[in-house]
Design a protein around this ligand. Structure first.
Ligand code: DMJ
Length: 638
């Protein structure tokens, strides 16, 4: 038996073969020849068993561990017709096998093991002759191969699905020369910083004054992805193709980075999905799905309410340190629905849809103080944190997505519409007031007390009320359109009452102050879109020319006070006549602010609201008409 050569280590672990006196009964000192033979037989059977166990079992379990979740092709194949039995996934040989074939098979395996070992020894000897650098280079090549293989696997084409009605992907060119000129000016705004974040090194965020980008070597390219669909809508097709090429070659999510689930969803997944629907280029859909898969571990919490952050590589999630009692944030876990429904639709995989429906069901079951949704929910206990409610930061897009879930389903998701109507009624009752000067504002609810302060973020609600007017409960369409107009007016006042004619981050209606920021740290403008967003919705629903006029005022102020040599920057104080810059061009400036301005000066047949619903980052997603959503065989939609 050649065991020692094949088993150099485990052979040493075997007890020494001692056929001496101590091993046998005392009454006889020696063994008969037949007894010796039987003992020898037992011993050799035992060694064969150990031999088999040592070599075969670890090998197969090693494969299984390595490929777990990647491939199912390594799950042992079981063919019971040939005498094999499946026991918990392992094939047990034996019954019904012919002895001869069995021995042949054993012999074949033994030879294979011997050959493999000899080969491994040879390879090891060869390796030892190589220099450290050579070995390292080889390891790197192997690693690259694995990465390439994984990439190829990730890029597998997705199952074809019927495309929803993609109406209104056109130029939207206005006939009026004055409006056309304004629209061209907005396009020029976009092209001004393009040089700063274009391929080959777009980075994440532009520093327009320094002409640098944050995250130059990032494979994520936040701005180029977020700004992609605006390029397409503006008809900047060469630039769009350039961005597409960068995304195709470089955009990679296998990074050891902790990201905000909400931000990645609205900016990256929303941006990629919109680019896919507008251009039909498969690469965007594939990238969106790859990224979405990396967000899923964030949902592994006791309640299914996702963590705010997740590490894209390890899948470990956690919440913001500042959030009340370790809570997740309403506006974050409540702003996933639109994108996740589209992901399930495009992949045929219900996992995304189920995640967001689970969140909705959980929220439906909970008691709400005064019918209001608090901003904080603990993902471990499923209990609300502090009783703060806001239609601005921390709450805003949750309400927006309830309405848009209904619109995006071609108004069939009536559960979402009901939740929206209930929430808006409570908000109107407890948070919406008129100031002494007659301005309608939306305050914030803090532990049973109304704070008479409104954020720039809250200004999006004017557009939301107008968008939700049609289909509102008790046919209050006129009322909600009027409410939208009042909020638009208040937010316009917040711009008009500043020196730069740009809106502050937050403004008060208290102590004789109306629509003006009081605290120094609320006086900044970081190129936010919400006020212009509301002007655009109001324009689409009323065609009142004042909305185009207000939009143009804001565009001029941005041009005058935010434009710097390499793009557009936020300003630190809108009440100061000599602006100081924060030197950041937020990606939402290109994704939202400029897109809404461009649409404001375009014809309504460019992305009509009956067919497209804009996510909270202004990425248009098509309405999934019922016939297309209920794909046969897709359990997500049953
Ligand atoms: C955007 O990223 C989104 O609109 C989000 O919902 C909140 N606001 C920022 C821009 O201000």
């Amino acid at each position: 038996m050649t065991t020692p050569a094949l088993l150099p280590l485990s052979g040493r672990r075997l007890p020494p073969l001692n056929l001496g006196a101590s091993a046998f009964p005392h009454h006889r000192a020696t063994l008969r020849l037949s007894e010796k033979f039987i003992l020898l037989l037992i011993l050799s059977a035992f060694i064969t068993l150990c031999f088999g166990a040592f070599f075969f079992l670890p090998d197969s379990s090693k494969h299984k561990r390595f490929d777990l979740g990647l491939e199912d092709v390594l799950i042992p194949h079981v063919d019971t017709s040939k005498g094999g039995k499946n026991l918990g996934g392992f094939l047990i040989h034996g019954q019904g096998h012919d002895e001869h074939r069995h021995r042949e098979e054993e012999e074949r395996l033994r030879n294979k093991i011997r050959a493999d070992h000899e080969k491994a020894l040879e390879e090891a000897k060869e390796k030892l002759k190589k220099s450290r650098d050579e070995i390292q280079a080889e390891i790197q090549t192997e690693k690259n191969k694995v990465v390439q293989e994984l990439k190829k696997k990730d890029s597998k084409p997705l199952p074809p699905v019927p495309l929803p009605n993609l109406i209104g992907i056109n130029s939207g060119e206005p006939a009026d020369p004055d409006i056309r000129e304004k629209r061209n000016k907005i396009k020029e705004f976009y092209l001004n910083p393009w040089e700063g974040f274009r391929a080959p090194n777009p980075g994440n965020t532009l520093r327009p004054k320094n002409k640098k980008v944050i995250g130059r070597n990032s494979q994520m390219g936040a701005t180029i992805v977020d700004a992609l669909d605006t390029l397409y809508i503006m008809g900047l097709h060469d630039e769009f193709r350039e961005a597409q090429e960068w995304i195709d070659k470089n955009l990679d999510f296998s990074v050891n980075s902790e990201v905000s689930v909400f931000e990645v969803n609205i900016r990256f997944i929303g941006g990629l999905l919109a680019a896919y629907y507008l251009s039909g280029q498969e690469v965007f859909k594939i990238k969106a799905v790859q990224l979405a898969g990396k967000l899923l571990p964030a949902f592994n919490t006791p309640t299914g309410i996702p963590w705010a952050m997740v590490n894209l590589k390890s899948g470990v999630g956690r919440n913001w340190g500042w959030a009340s009692a370790g809570s997740s944030i309403l506006a974050e876990f409540g702003t996933l629905h639109m994108e996740f429904v589209h992901l399930s639709y495009l992949t045929g995989d219900p996992v995304y849809y189920n995640k967001v429906m689970h969140i909705r069901k959980l929220l439906q079951k909970m008691d709400r103080p005064n019918g209001l949704y608090p901003n904080y929910l603990n993902p471990r206990t499923g209990r609300w944190g502090q009783h703060h409610t806001s239609v601005g930061g921390l709450g805003d897009s949750f309400y927006e997505y309830l309405l848009k879930a209904w619109l995006m389903s071609d108004k069939t998701d009536t559960e979402a519409r009901k939740m929206y109507d209930d929430a808006i009624e409570a908000i109107e009752k407890h948070l919406i007031r008129k100031s002494n000067g007659g301005l309608t504002f939306i305050g914030e609810w803090k532990n049973g007390h109304l704070e008479r302060k409104m954020g720039h973020l809250t200004c999006f609600a004017g557009g939301m009320f107008a968008l939700g007017a049609d289909g509102s409960r008790d046919d209050k369409a006129g009322h909600y359109l009027q409410l939208g107009a009042e909020i638009a007016h208040t937010c316009h006042e917040s711009y008009d009452r500043t020196t730069l004619k740009l809106g502050p981050e937050a403004f008060k209606f208290d102590g004789g102050v109306e629509a003006v920021a009081v605290r120094q740290n609320e006086k900044y403008y970081i190129l936010r879109p919400e006020v212009i967003e509301t002007y655009w919705y109001m324009w689409r629903f009323t065609h009142d020319p004042k909305y185009r006029q207000w939009g143009w005022e804001a565009a001029q102020a941005i041009d005058k006070y935010c434009r710097v040599s390499g793009g557009f920057s936020g300003v630190k104080d809108v009440y100061s006549s000599s602006p100081t810059y924060d030197d950041v061009q937020q990606s939402f400036f290109l994704a939202e602010t400029l897109k809404y301005l461009y649409l404001l000066f375009s014809n309504d047949d460019l992305l009509p609201l009956d067919n497209w619903v804009f996510n909270t980052e202004a990425h248009p997603l098509p309405v999934l008409h019922l016939a297309n959503t209920t794909l046969s065989g897709n359990p997500a939609y049953r």
